[in-house]
Design a protein around this ligand. Structure first.
Ligand SMILES: [Zn+2]
Length: 250
């Protein structure tokens, strides 16, 4: 059954805000997810697109770390002033979100265990292997099998535009044997990093099946009409909101 599911991309336009949706046909009644584009009032639009109140949209403080917040069904929600760069839940009717503008958003769905995850992976989080750790957390907290997972890798700054140097390349070479596959060295100790490719390889190394991973491949820096870009626009840049919700049964 699962092998019949394909992953495709489509755009949604709503009140001037455009969202890039990555539906898995056949599973849409169970889960909804989308990668946001730039635009005004993203939380309001997200609530409308998902058909929920704004209070059902959960965002957390992100710090480019590798802490993962697990939200179960039994009211064990931690509302403290913590910070997390990934959210994992089996709770229906809430939208877990991550915000990004150049960093990579990753949305994960286990249609077998009915568990969703949202990941924010910039270079720091990627070097800490937050995508791999999220897969491990889905397994330890909910019994998810990596080969049951469906993954959408959203827009991020691409290898066309993402020049990095020693602080990134040093740990990358040390930690990831496939580092040459995700960096094109440009001399002077610098290189162009393929952030999506790095996370793709981490997910495959974690046991996710390659044909269950959809990559948008869109570069945030190259497309100012669609995306905010921290590196292009500076600190005043907004961020795109990316969300996933396990739908209620009704
Ligand atoms: Zn680019």
């Amino acid at each position: 059954m699962a092998s019949e599911v394909t992953v495709s991309l489509q755009f949604i336009e709503e009140e001037g805000h455009r969202a890039l949706e990555l539906p898995a046909p056949g599973q849409r009644a169970e889960v909804r997810h989308l990668f946001g584009l730039r635009g005004p009032r993203p939380v309001k639009i997200l609530a409308k697109l998902f058909g929920v109140r704004e209070t059902a949209i959960l965002s957390v403080r992100q710090v480019h770390g590798d802490s993962i917040r697990v939200i179960g069904t039994s009211g064990d929600e931690d509302d403290s002033d913590g910070a997390w760069d990934a959210l994992v839940t089996n709770r229906k009717g809430i939208v877990i979100t991550v915000k990004a503008a150049d960093c990579l958003p990753i949305l994960i769905w286990d249609g077998n265990k009915k568990v969703a995850a949202a990941v924010h992976a910039g270079w720091r989080g990627s070097l800490k292997a937050i995508a791999s750790k999220t897969v491990l957390t889905m397994r330890s907290s909910f019994g998810c099998r990596p080969d049951d997972l469906w993954v959408g890798i959203g827009p991020a700054i691409g290898p066309c535009c993402y020049e990095v140097d020693g602080p990134v390349l040093g740990p990358l070479r040390a930690e990831f044997e496939y580092w040459k596959d995700v960096v094109r060295e440009t001399g002077g100790g610098k290189g162009m990093l393929d952030l999506a490719g790095l996370n793709l390889r981490q997910l495959i190394a974690s046991g996710v099946l390659p044909d269950r991973i959809a990559v948008t491949g869109a570069c945030t820096f190259c497309h100012p009409e669609r995306f905010y870009s921290y590196r292009r626009d500076g600190q005043s840049s907004g961020g795109m909101i990316n969300g996933m919700m396990i739908c209620n049964d009704d």
